[in-house]
Design a protein around this ligand. Structure first.
Ligand SMILES: Cc1cc2nc3c(=O)[nH]c(=O)nc-3n(C[C@H](O)[C@H](O)[C@H](O)COP(=O)(O)OP(=O)(O)OC[C@H]3O[C@@H](n4cnc5c(N)ncnc54)[C@H](O)[C@@H]3O)c2cc1C
Length: 477
């Protein structure tokens, strides 16, 4: 049950808490930098269905409407704004939004008439090209609202969140990728009262249907043959790496959830974002989560926490030592593919995307990739990777958006310049980025390459993957 939303003098709404998402995606990836879970119109060039909620207005009249949004192509093209949308309240609409801001900030939607009683509010996408909105503020008076990730998240929590629940566990895994799944299952099976926190509606992280990096466990090697038993329980029945065979169902999200839900001693906090950590001395005593669908805070205390966020978020919040390479690391991929269609639609030109019309790229014409693949098997595969020269935390959204611009630029070139693939449609692109390197939390001992030449008497894990270095093949920006 959502909160009761009442517009008196003013009202702040979180778009992610709208009861009906329509075709919009709740994007929780960047809350710790831009300050919220936002709605993303990830329509691959076709406007998505409206997202919708309701609120009660105490007095009819004219109200100012503001949207916390961002023109996502402004870092490259200040004058272009493919992510346009409107906010409809009852029969009235704001002006077109998603245009002005070159960073996350409030954009003024105008002053519109709102009637007394229950009103429907809709996010109305105009393009299908990645428009985005985190919060909506409706006010009788014209006002200045704070911007900046921390400030906006604090405003939302102070103004809107009324409930806080508290729980205590023996062990908490923060982050529901493979590390978190395995750690929490092992702990629960070992008899610890365990919590697993995950900001997405599915578990698996990179290995979920949202991101689609296949699982291929190098497990059960001597001298630790029991290591990898849990990974083995989740091993995918089928793997399809390249092109349209890389389907959602291969990732068996439901089976993963089923195993976790049935596990005694294990509580799942799905669609909950870890937003802060509280310490007692040097130890983490509790963490605070935002339940963004139900607009609640949840406090979880425990003597033991594992940072399984993939980004070292919990460690960083708690002030742990870490390293991060901000230039010259592996990047992130948003896998994508095209499929044959019986009713292919024209695809518009994308002047705001990366111009690939004069570039050689995997999937174009006779280009043969690393694996000897060409054509649809080579489009949108893992080597469509970017962000290697950017801070993987601070510039994560920017790098994800580079991937969107590369994909739309490639498809524009193939369809509208080469006039190839005329009977194909762009049918999948991961909205959630598949991340590789980011923060490295530092323990008492840091292994180096030379340590791998020896066998240590107190070793406890087998390494089954070679050193993997990705070099930038083409600098397109
Ligand atoms: C395209 C691609 C190909 C790859 N190929 C290989 C390969 O061949 N071999 C190899 O060994 N590795 C490979 N990797 C890397 C591998 O996928 C990752 O190392 C692995 O998935 C990391 O698992 P994880 O559980 O630590 O993190 P993740 O899979 O990133 O999971 C972390 C989870 O925590 C959640 N989370 C983050 N912050 C919060 C928060 N504040 N609150 C709540 N939840 C949060 C995230 O949403 C995510 O679901 C590849 C990666 C990519 C993207």
């Amino acid at each position: 049950m959502g909160r009761k939303k009442v517009l008196g003098k003013d009202l702040m709404l979180s778009a992610a808490a709208f009861e009906h998402a329509g075709g919009w995606i709740r994007d929780s990836e960047f809350i710790l930098t831009m300050g919220g879970v936002y709605m993303l119109a990830h329509g691959l060039g076709r406007p998505v269905e409206d997202a919708q909620s309701t609120f009660t207005c105490m007095e009819s009249g004219e109200y100012h409407v503001y949207a916390y949004t961002f023109n996502w192509v402004s870092p490259w093209h200040r004058d272009m704004h493919p992510g346009e949308f409107e906010i409809h309240i009852g029969d009235n609409s704001t002006k077109v939004l998603g245009i002005c801001n070159d960073h996350w900030d409030w954009e003024y939607g105008g002053c519109i008439r709102i009637g007394k009683g229950e009103n429907t509010i809709k996010l109305h996408d105009l393009t299908g090209f990645e428009g985005r909105v985190a919060y909506i503020y409706i006010s009788r008076e014209s006002i200045n609202l704070p911007c900046g990730g921390n400030e906006v998240l604090s405003l939302y929590i102070d103004k809107v969140i009324k409930n806080k629940e508290s729980y205590s566990f023996d062990f908490v895994a923060a982050g529901g990728g493979f590390a978190g799944i395995c750690a929490s299952l092992a702990a629960a099976r070992g008899g610890l009262k365990t919590a697993l926190i995950q900001d997405r509606p599915v578990v698996g992280g990179n290995n979920s249907s949202e991101i689609r990096v296949w699982l291929g466990g190098g497990t059960n090697y001597d001298p630790f043959p029991g290591l990898g038993n849990i990974v083995g329980e989740f091993e995918q029945k089928n793997i399809g790496h390249y092109g349209p065979v890389n389907k959602a169902e291969l990732y068996e999200d439901d089976r993963k959830m089923d195993i976790l839900r049935k596990q005694e001693n294990l509580t799942l906090f799905m669609e909950h974002c870890l937003i802060s950590a509280e310490k007692k001395g040097d130890d983490i005593a509790s963490v605070t989560l935002l339940d963004y669908r139900n607009e609640k805070l949840v406090e979880i205390s425990a003597p033991l926490f594992a940072d399984t966020t993939g980004d070292g978020n919990l460690g960083a919040m708690a002030g742990a030592d870490f390293e991060v390479t901000t230039n010259g690391h592996m990047g992130m991929s948003n896998l994508w593919h095209i499929e044959k269609s019986s009713d292919p639609k024209p695809f518009p030109r994308c002047p705001w995307a990366i111009d690939l019309s004069t570039s050689v790229f995997p999937g174009r014409k006779d280009h043969i990739d690393f694996y000897g693949h060409r054509g649809i098997e080579s489009l949108g595969c893992w080597f469509w990777e970017s962000g290697m020269t950017e801070d993987p935390i601070e510039k994560a959204e920017y790098s994800r958006d580079v991937n969107f611009r590369a994909m739309y630029g490639a498809w524009d070139t193939l369809r509208n310049v080469d006039h190839d693939y005329q009977d194909y449609e762009l049918t999948f692109a991961a909205a959630i980025a598949g991340k590789r390197e980011s923060r490295r939390l530092l323990g008492d001992i840091v292994l180096t390459k030379s340590d791998f030449k020896y066998t240590f008497p107190d070793a406890c894990a087998a390494t089954t993957w070679n050193f993997d270095v990705h070099y930038i093949a083409t600098r397109l920006l």
